[in-house]
Design a binder for this molecule. Structure first.
Ligand code: LRH
Ligand code: MN
Ligand code: MN
Length: 388
């Protein structure tokens, strides 16, 4: 295959997973601005996600968040996903919304609360069984607010014990991916604050445990591509939660705040073999659309990941290696910048046409009349949102 054929083949096979919660109403702690046509249940969230896939062709999987997406019949939900043209992706656990979790969930000092949290995680594995999902995605809000509030090492022990019980329950084709976050909602210690802590737990658990890099979960200035390169080298990069941020965990559309960082991260993915489907790196979006229309925002985000991926794949790796080995600092940097500064939009438009799609996914969505249809149909009932 020619260089460009390899790039287009990789772009066609890349899958970008969308989050069910990104289709619901969300906001800040100051206000949730409700939007017309927002889904009222998980079935409608899947229908909306299917529209994103229909116009982009690369978003066939949808992450669920439990209990936000709790239903009585998961086989029916999976069947509905297939009917509308998508499938259920990762199952995200939620052990942060009950009053019981005030002092934590799996690291809580009280064994009864830990039991409740682990039971929820096991319930999530049951849902994986019922839906065919292969990944359990774990993020814990656990931590403390004040020095002395709890014992840091004891909390790690409790966390490790909970993780190993869940790990033991996984089937042969199932895995868990563990997400870290520097702070929030805990402000003094967070029990999994960084990739090192997540990696240490994954190493102890075994090969079916990998790390999730949420691009909004680091201190400002952290070199995320370095983390990605190291995790890929250790075969422990499980997934991305893509979003962008200016300050903290802003959950803005991916590629909006710092497209160059997104390119650098995806360049590290490319060099580390992360685009090879055999390496099982999931490219997920984890963002909340507070003021922007949700389905178009998701389409835009998928396109932003595709554009950054295309640029990363266009890096002339041979020229880069030659410049690096020759100690040509400026030459090596120029190779990278040439790729970053390439306008890949015509390439992606052509690729979409080859896939039988409209070259302009947003225009295709707007022309479809879907937004008007759901605004008219979805009246009454409670609109699902972040936390509903
Ligand atoms: C935590 C997080 C995690 C949750 C999601 C709703 O900040 O990134 O992935 O599951 O937000
Ligand atoms: Mn996340
Ligand atoms: Mn987050």
């Amino acid at each position: 295959m020619s260089g460009i054929a390899t790039v287009t083949a990789a772009l066609k096979s890349q899958q970008i997973e969308t989050p069910s919660w990104g289709f619901g109403n969300s906001g800040t702690r100051f206000k949730v601005f409700a939007q017309p046509g927002v889904p009222r249940d998980p079935f409608e969230k899947l229908a909306d996600a299917a529209r994103v896939h229909a116009v982009t062709g690369v978003a066939p999987a949808v992450s669920l968040h439990i209990p936000w997406d709790e239903v009585d019949d998961y086989a029916a939900l999976a069947a509905h996903a297939a009917d509308v043209g998508v499938r259920i992706g990762m199952i995200n656990s939620n052990t942060f919304q009950d009053d019981d979790y005030k002092l934590g969930s799996v690291a809580h000092p009280d064994a009864k609360v830990r039991r409740k949290a682990v039971d929820h995680l096991l319930h999530c594995v049951d849902i994986m069984d019922a839906t065919g999902s292969d990944s359990l995605k774990l993020w814990f809000a656990d931590g403390t607010n004040y020095p002395g509030q709890d014992d840091i090492a004891a909390r790690q022990d409790r966390l490790a014990e909970a993780l190993s019980e869940v790990y033991a329950r996984l089937g042969d084709r199932q895995r868990l991916v563990l997400e870290y976050k520097l702070f929030e909602p805990a402000f003094y210690t967070t029990d999994i604050p960084d990739w090192g802590t997540a990696y240490a737990h994954c190493l102890k658990l075994g090969p079916k445990a990998k790390v999730v890099v949420d691009t909004g979960h680091h201190a400002p200035g952290v070199n995320i591509e370095f983390i990605v390169a190291v995790l890929l080298r250790e075969d422990r990069l499980g997934a991305f939660d893509f979003n962008s941020r200016f300050y903290a965990d802003d959950d803005l559309m991916v590629g909006a705040a710092d497209p160059f960082q997104l390119f650098r991260i995806l360049h590290a993915v490319s060099l580390g073999g992360g685009f090879d489907p055999a390496n099982d790196v999931a490219f997920m979006l984890d963002q909340c659309h507070n003021i922007e229309p949700k389905i178009p925002a998701m389409i835009r985000s998928v396109m932003n990941v595709q554009e950054a991926t295309a640029k990363a794949l266009l890096v002339d790796v041979d020229a880069l290696r030659a410049a690096q080995l020759a100690g040509d600092v400026l030459g090596a940097n120029a190779v990278l910048m040439d790729a970053y500064n390439t306008d890949v939009r015509p390439l992606l438009a052509e690729l979409r046409q080859e896939m039988g799609l409209d070259p302009d996914p947003l225009a295709a969505y707007h022309a479809s009349g879907y937004a008007e249809k759901i605004a008219a149909e979805r009246v009454g009932g409670t609109q699902a949102g972040w936390g509903a």
